[in-house]
Design a protein around this ligand. Structure first.
Ligand code: ADP
Length: 168
């Protein structure tokens, strides 16, 4: 029995570190920083059970922001979006965990705060789409691209001791 338990723990930790583990890029935009929502947003991801893998406060400049939002370059709001994103520091973070890309988007709420449910970050703290306080990767592939763009130095590997209480 104890040996079986030990094997199970080993298998679980292996699964956790491979197939079930995802990473996502979460960013608190300049309005989120100015409105003192940094702690609130970090708190939600931390309390949910996700793992903080990297974090920094940065003003990366227009070119970097244009690269981040390259897919939106043709949109009418693109220049305004870059001005807004360049108007102050952002908090860049990487969070890890089971299904964290899709779950993270759920926690953020819809792109338009007017369509975000109460209980979501945008639903609770934002009003307009052009001031929606946070960003979250929309797919696993874009998450990895964004992590590579924002954390060229890499992220921090560590083993959270609470994992046995978050994952079965
Ligand atoms: P999301 O951030 O939810 O992935 P998008 O990738 O479509 O959404 O858009 C990126 C960001 O551009 C949005 O979070 C928002 O800040 C801004 N944005 C999107 N649509 C508009 C719009 N119609 N007017 C102004 N800003 C917008």
């Amino acid at each position: 029995e104890p040996l079986e338990d030990a094997y199970q723990i080993l298998i679980n930790s292996f699964l956790l570190q491979t197939s079930t583990m995802e990473r996502t890029y979460i960013m608190i935009k300049p309005d989120g920083v100015q409105r003192n929502l940094v702690g609130e947003i970090i708190k939600r991801f931390e309390q949910k059970g996700y793992q903080l893998l990297a974090m920094k406060l940065v003003r990366p400049g227009k070119e970097h922001l244009q690269a981040h939002y390259a897919d939106l370059a043709g949109k009418g709001f693109f220049n305004g979006l870059i001005e807004y994103m360049n108007s102050g520091p952002v908090v860049a973070m990487v969070w890890g965990g089971f299904n964290v890309v899709a779950e993270g988007r759920k926690m953020l709420g819809a792109t338009k705060p007017s369509e975000s449910a109460p209980g979501t970050i945008r639903g609770d703290f934002a009003v307009e789409v052009g001031r929606n306080i946070c960003h979250g990767s929309d797919a696993v592939a874009s998450a990895e691209k964004e992590i590579a763009l924002w954390f060229k130095e890499g992220v921090c590997e560590w083993n959270p001791s609470r994992n046995a209480w978050v994952y079965e």
